[in-house]
Design a protein around this ligand. Structure first.
Ligand code: ADP
Ligand code: LRH
Length: 484
């Protein structure tokens, strides 16, 4: 057995897990979990990247104390970054992708590079927070910057002193060409981003380097290898989807976001994919994640935060039980609307969206949470069915991985809405994908994604939800949205 530390940083929580792989076994133990999220200061929404670095060091030390580690891998949410100066020092604090600094920038860029061309080169959906737009929001600072490092690459740099960009996460920047498997340097220069900022690319499975001597000493551990994993958390999560070979599966990586789609071998760049705002992100072993970002459990988390600020003490299990008891499909909203992206008063935004579509806003807490979960299941239906239609495939099973796999109501409603069985689990898919790619890099017999997925399927608890009847098409009609 080899033991590996997987640092998995979601937008809601960060965790350091110790994974053990060998002899047909795979297990994961949570060593450290800490809350993550935006920190507002001086009108800007930041990440606390130094706090994350400190937690990461604590977690790695603890993981090693529990049994000798053979390697370390880091994955995180996508698109965000730090800039380094010529001496390798961090220039300013990384900004959260939910900050409003990119407002208006997609429209400005579209005047230089059309949406069609941007999609043709990068394969990415229009999301206002793609790295390209964020960089343009701080154009002045770019002159003094030498290197751009995405969050997992920045943390790996602090551990090893090595700069680089792992491809799965680079593919979320809108500055990467998935067909050339290289930075889209000409595009970057055209929109005003100096190509010198873009560091050498590396693949999941490559060794980044070893712990710097002072870090190894501080952690009282040997100079371990730090391995590039699918450093985009969604890439790691999809690598651990327990799909059976030969099945027509869709996946939903369900956490802060729901990333819903199918796996391809080549990007899908047709007009219909562009119109449906689908994306082609790079996966482990050169796969393509053809998916769309659905607003996800963020809306529920943010709703609970708003209720707590009003003096309620909403426990997740309790509000989900209330939602289960509330009438089905009472009111639904389009969670993909930009209104739900920034932090704020979600109950009020939901009420406004209901009024705008001629529906009665939820009156009780149970109705409110039911509206969120129904609407999320409806968005899953739309996105899974669109993914199937756009790729000419059928979908026979939907794999739900991530924290949302623990939400039985959401999984059941997703099965109902998608009209196919849902297989839920593993919850910690991203950490498992991280561990598996490291294990392979360090010699484990896991030749391909199929072997990794087979191991996950045989070792991790999964739960099946069968579809029940429901009037989901009528709910779509209420919102004037179409899924297929
Ligand atoms: P991220 O990686 O984006 O931070 P996670 O995959 O950790 O997100 O998922 C977090 C979400 O999972 C929470 O917002 C919550 O809605 C859901 N979740 C976590 N635990 C439970 C639980 N016991 N029951 C229902 N939902 C849960
Ligand atoms: C999920 C995720 C998603 C990105 C978003 C910024 O954590 O990485 O895939 O679109 O964060």
């Amino acid at each position: 057995m080899i033991r590996l530390a997987a640092v998995d940083l979601g937008a809601s929580s960060g965790r350091v897990m110790a994974g053990s792989v060998g002899d047909g076994r795979l297990s994961l133990e949570e060593v450290l979990r800490f809350p993550n999220g935006g920190v507002r200061a001086g009108g800007t929404l930041y990440w606390d990247v130094l706090g994350i670095h400190r937690e990461l060091l604590t977690g790695i030390r603890r993981a090693h104390e529990g049994g000798a580690l053979a390697g370390i891998g880091i994955d995180s949410w996508a698109v965000d970054y730090g800039l380094l100066d010529a001496r390798g020092r961090l220039l300013g604090n990384p900004v959260h992708y939910r900050d409003t600094r990119t407002d208006g920038l997609p429209a400005r860029v579209a005047r230089t590079v059309s949406d069609r061309e941007l999609f043709e080169v990068t394969g990415l959906q229009r999301l206002p927070f793609n790295t390209l737009y964020q960089l343009l929001a701080e154009e002045q600072r770019l002159a003094s910057a030498e290197t751009l490092l995405l969050i997992p690459d920045l943390l790996a740099y602090w551990l090893t002193g090595e700069v680089g960009a792992e491809r799965t996460n680079a593919s979320t920047t809108q500055l990467y060409d998935p067909r050339a498997r290289d930075w889209a340097k000409a595009l970057a220069e055209r929109v005003g981003i100096p190509a010198r900022l873009l560091p050498p690319l590396r693949d999941a499975g490559e060794r980044i380097g070893t712990l710097l001597p002072d870090t190894a000493e501080e952690l009282a551990m040997p100079s371990l290898p730090v391995v590039a994993v699918g450093s985009h958390d969604t890439a790691s999560a999809v690598a651990a989807v327990p799909a059976e070979p030969g099945t027509n599966f869709a996946y939903i990586s369900s956490g802060t976001w729901s990333l819903a789609g199918v796996e391809l071998t080549e990007p899908e760049l047709g007009d219909a994919a562009l119109a449906a705002n689908f994306t082609n992100e790079g996966g482990v072993d050169g796969t393509i994640r053809f998916l769309r970002n659905v607003m996800g459990l963020w809306v529920l988390t943010e709703t609970l935060r708003t209720l707590a600020a009003r003096g309620e003490q909403p426990e997740l299990a309790e509000v989900l039980a209330e939602a289960e008891a509330a009438p089905a499909l009472g009111a639904v909203v389009d969670l993909d609307a930009p209104a739900f992206l920034p932090p704020g008063d979600m109950p009020e935004r939901i009420a406004a969206a209901c009024r705008d579509t001629g529906q009665r806003p939820p009156r009780t807490r149970g109705e409110l949470v039911r509206c969120i979960v129904d609407s999320l299941a409806l968005a899953h239906r739309r996105t899974v069915r669109l993914a199937a239609r756009l790729t000419g495939r059928t979908v026979d099973v939907v794999h739900v991985v991530g924290g949302g796999a623990r939400n039985a109501l959401l999984c059941q409603l997703t099965a109902d809405a998608c009209e196919v069985p849902v297989l839920a689990g593993p919850v910690e898919a991203a950490a498992l994908g991280n561990v598996l790619v490291q294990a392979r890099a360090l010699g484990a017999d896991l030749p391909d994604l199929a072997a990794m997925r087979d191991l996950v399927r045989r070792t991790q608890p999964l739960r099946r939800y069968l579809p029940r009847d429901g009037d989901w098409a009528a709910a779509e009609a209420r919102l004037a949205i179409a899924s297929a």
